[in-house]
Design a protein around this ligand. Sequence first.
Ligand code: IPT
Length: 959
Amino acid sequence: MSFRTTSTSVDYVEDVSPGSGALPPRAWYASSDARSLSLNGSWRFRLSPTVDAEDDSFAEPGFDADGWAEVAVPGHWVLQGDGAFGAPIYTNHLYPFPVDPPRVPTENPTGDHLRFFDLPEGWPALSEGGAVLRFDGVESCARVWLNGTDIGEFKGSRLPHEFAVGHLLKPSGNVLAVRVHQWSAGSYLEDQDQWWLPGIFRDVTLLHRPAGSVLDFFVHASYDHVGGLGTLRVDSDVDGRVTVPALDIDVATGEPVTVAVEPWTAETPRLYDGELVTEGERVPLRIGFRTVVLEDGLIKVNGRAILFKGVNRHEWHPERGRALDLETMREDVLLMKRHNLNAVRTSHYPPHPAFLDLCDEYGLWVIDECDLETHGFTEQNWRDNPVDDERWTPALLDRAARMVERDKNHPSVVMWSLGNECGTGRGLTAMAEWIHGRDGSRLVHYEGDWDCRDTDVYSRMYADHAETERIGQGLDGGTQKRRGLPFIQCEYGHAMGNGPGGLADYQRLFEAHDRIQGGFIWEWIDHGVTHAELGFAYGGDFGEELHDGNFVCDGLVFPDRRPSPGLVEFKKVIEPVRIEGDGVAGTVRVRNAHDFADLSSLAFEWSYQVDGETVESGPLAVPALAAGESAEVKLPQPPAGGSGGEAQWTVRALLAEDTGWGRKGHQVAWAQLPVLERPLPSVAPSDRPTASEKLITLGPASFDVRTGALKTIGGVDVTGLRLDVWRAPTDNDAGAAWQPDLRYGLLWRKYGLHRMRHRLDAVEAGEDALTVRTRVAPAAWEIGLNTVYRWTSDGTRLKLTVSVTPDGDWTVPLPRLGIRFGLSSADAVQWYGGGPGEGYPDTKSASMLGRWHASVDELQTPYVRPQENGARPDVRWAELGGLRIDGDPEFWFTARRWTSEQLDAAEHLTDLEAGDTVWVNLDHGQMGIGSQSCGPGALPQYHLLARPAEFSFVFSATR
Ligand code: IPT
């Protein structure tokens, strides 16, 4: 005898079909006059461990939910309830459940949600028209009842689903019941690299649908750049009229009209307000005229090739996960605009629709990506991949349609992306065919298909510089179709931890080759989760049995949206005005690197610095160059005075007036042009080291007589001064297993560079110098660094010259090369050099030469997983803790309240405990950063090779 006790009513969870009961997808819009009711807010909530632990009687009217908890909608239950509702799980590409599609585990957290509502005052009589219930995003599968009637179920977490509910509504006492399952067949299609976060995480809205109201409509607004004409045609399922007052347009739906317009571009986001009016509804339109084509093997908008300076944006908030409010979305867009970005790939799903409104309004090119990734199938060589199995094709087509129909009226969207990391398959081809057929006015993108069978652009991720250059030169081969297509990097510059490095080198390639139309940094924001003990949590911090650690923190902004140095660097690298010139001759060459905008919105300014202090500044007249044009501009006569010091011009391009995204005076681009070189510090050795029982004295300094170790400089205690090569490996030093480049972060540890020992060979007090000879080397290996410290003084100042000679067969570059020492009391730091933020050999484009000051705490960059950070490059001199240090040559300056070893050992920022000593690093060299946490390592020219080196510092006491 066999029997089953499980109800068959939960079969939909593991059904590959997209769902049942929902209305066909359509454009997303906010009506001007039809009523709507937000059902966001506090909902009653019950969590069950399995799909059928509880029956569905909770959906019945009259069900008593008194004992239930509450959750906020939009929200994810695992981020609410202080851990009572489970926890987030982070995996990059591994499915956190057995791969047996479409089956999911019995342990399937299921959240029953209840919302009680009355129709508000003034809601039209129920006989007038209908009503639609809209869910903008639910992860991953939901079944819905209204007033006890089962109205359907759906999957497709980041896509809208609407249900006709007019016949079920009551004036008061409505009960909306939603059962949400964390895992479903849909989870196999949603294997994006992010936290798994179940819940109703976007808005729930009840929309009144008056008789004769708008159903779906498609705004076609093209631009003919030759004639300067826009053609508008609004196709609408329900006939009506279209008006655009500023253009005197008043036409029937379906009827084209051509008038002179200003086009929409990401740089000049001109939108025209219009209205679609049907018998029963008025719908506001924000129309942007632009034409996207593939022509001459290039992506052209309004007749011109564009260059993406983009970023991949996941939706993220450190407390609310992917439930973003409008202000957070706006903050993203404003931050992007203020950092010169012009493009977003909505990795890896369509964002909240309000984000696209903001892109239209402020101006960003968008690659709108479908909610689709099956990356985990790579572990089985893509066998059973849903995108190549026709049983799943309806679900794929449903996802494509829900994206395209929802977002088709946004001028900012210039490409549709099929999804991410799905391998290849017939399902993707079906999606591409459907999209091409539905919307011929945009291009189709997908990275996984290197033959470009289905796509209009050759797209790759993390191609290294050399390959990128070959592609730019058209030497990469590939199918005939691919050879005729433009190239973009949909992901590059992996912004995990410190970095990414090498962006300037990429940008040079992007700008040198027409075929390369730019790229998108991976990624916008660190997905750190606010955590009471850890600061920001990452993978593993919630006890997940499988996880990918801090690979989820790889953004250009920290989880709280503070810009990381990577964003500041990217801003400089992609600045839309190029300023070059000859400081000595006093000439500047300004090039407008925009694709469309002229320079009329910018004001230019010159200033002149001597030893980092500005002596004079003034406006610089630069013509309002058209996009692509350049001009030579003459600088004024250099100001008198301040001679003898290092001198330079600084030229800046600033917003001339307030704009929608930046204030007047906001800096867009800048350059510095050297005029006079820095006189190097010199100390004439005149003092003679003198030894007493315990100490050797030389000028202002004292040393241990036995070891030659520095003890004081002019009354300032100095501890542990010695050669130092270790840095807490960055995520990019550690590298990713799949990257072919050597993983130096691991090799450094193998060769013991974090445990170097210092053998004392000699302490020699000579005529005018104290010389200390050492060999610095790790246990077990024959490699070492013969290191000589030579101290001299003119009586008041103390000079240290360090000579390093590598010994043995060094097969790895050094992490850093310099000295470190401890100061017992130091807080305020002043320096003349690169700043204000950190910079490393391949991340210092944005480093500006000047006089800067910061506290020791402010010098730290708070990478979510602690690692090397905070070095200021090109420092001429620095002052802290009663000492001034002048470098010969310039040096890298770092100061922290912990050692590199402590920094290395920390897993979270909260592990770093400030000690009494401030540890200072003065480095002659630093290894480059690169992008190897997912992409290529530092380019060879940024490697710090172990080879003979000599460098000096002059110390003087400042108090
Ligand atoms: C690539 C993914 O597309 C992206 O989602 C993210 O995981 C990124 O890597 C790394 O952070 S896939 C990678 C295997 C190249």
